[in-house]
Design a protein around this ligand. Sequence first.
Ligand code: CP
Ligand code: NVA
Length: 306
Amino acid sequence: MPPKHFLQLKDFTRDELDHLFARTRWIKERFKRYEIYQPLRDRTLAMVFEKASTRTRVSFEAGMNQLGGIAINLNRGDTQLSRGEPIEDVARVISRMVDVVMIRTFEQTIIERFAAHSRVPVINGLTNEYHPCQILADIYTYIEHRGSIAGRTVAWIGDSNNVCNTWLQAAVVFGFNVHVSTPPGYAVEPERAGIYDDSHYVSFDDPMDACRGADLVTTDVWTSMGFEAENEERRRDFEHWMVDAAKMREAKPDALFMHCLPAHRGEEVAAEVIDGPQSVVWDEAENRLHAQKALLEYVVCGWVNP
Ligand code: CP
Ligand code: NVA
């Protein structure tokens, strides 16, 4: 059997993703009752970080430990990658020693090359193009608060980045709509987003229009990791794309607000929104832990029935 990689959200079928959500709920409930569940005893996760992280690092390491396994953290500078060892050779070696690998890196092609030479499952912990673990947690969080996301409207305000691209893939898989508003010059690139069906998103010039009637409003940093040189230009270009109370008022009265974090209050989101009653960002961050435990269980152990 080839290893079960999770490099983009659409690598998994709707059934597999629904299964992950069912397992997330089961794993989270047991964890909250302090019940031990260790299907990954004696298993090892290698985490390769070529970019900074708080949530991804802690949730994968804590999650692997809670499942009975161990996690090894490899920052780029500590490995021979920083001295030019080919990613294919690193994949061949690491995957003979561990049971699953999580990578946070730059171009999607890097993780694809790693996966093509790996004997074990590879999980995308964020690339320039996608952030599938984030959207697993986000959709699970939506379901917890509001039930099924099918048929709902998600407003994406800001940069058409890795998180946006993954929302667009999720819209196709789950059957919801995304209202996207980006500044001129930052529009969605469907091919880069990995979507060949554009019937699930609509672009709006004005972010207020994108928020109108939304069930969920979400955004992310204006400058993603790896694009720091564009920071000043982006601050100017994105000035009118801050999610503030006026934009939230355009959404449905019971609309939720999400942000993958880290957030910059006063830039992409106003403090009154992220710290306000519609914000579920802390549940969203916590659910990274539970959703990724379900993901680790699935890629290592296969389809587990409770
Ligand atoms: N949302 C997210 O992936 O956070 P980190 O960059 O802290 O891992
Ligand atoms: N789009 C952001 C997400 C950080 C979790 C970035 O890539 O830096």
